[in-house]
Design a protein around this ligand. Sequence first.
Ligand code: 4NP
Length: 161
Amino acid sequence: MINIAFVCLGNICRSPMAELIFKKMISEKNLQNSFRVSSFATSDEEEGNGIYPPAQRCLREHGIEGAHIAKQLSKKDVLNNDFVLVMDSQNLYDVLRLTGGEHGEKIYKLMSFTGSPRDVADPWFTRNFEKTYQDIVEGCEAFLNYILCEKAEHISYDKRH
Ligand code: 4NP
């Protein structure tokens, strides 16, 4: 079992999109029982709010259903996860500030697993939810590939498939 938490600033756009996209990806590979997937905010700004409607609409256009209620990340959530996957450099800074610089070995920018490490495009500024969706798919595919290659012993997955 591998425990993964996706993290962004508000937990109403990027990280719940990543949570639902990754859940769909693993269920298509019949790996849903090998992962526990959640998402959190670094801030308390949107706590208790659902997924931002334009983000939800973008997911629906790609056949992805699901709901999420925004929740702020705590130190305990970092302890309870194997990977904390953040969306941008500010998130990385904020999570490390929360942990007092500890647990850096499990905190990664999602796009750092891709061939072109960068921040996930922030739709709060761009208003381009499709670009955010495409970045997250690229990041999640690269991360899942990393897990299947490097951490196969933690999940019931035969590399020969
Ligand atoms: P998210 O988007 O971090 O991708 O959920 C944002 C949500 C709320 C705010 C900024 C970004 N905000 O400033 O309230």
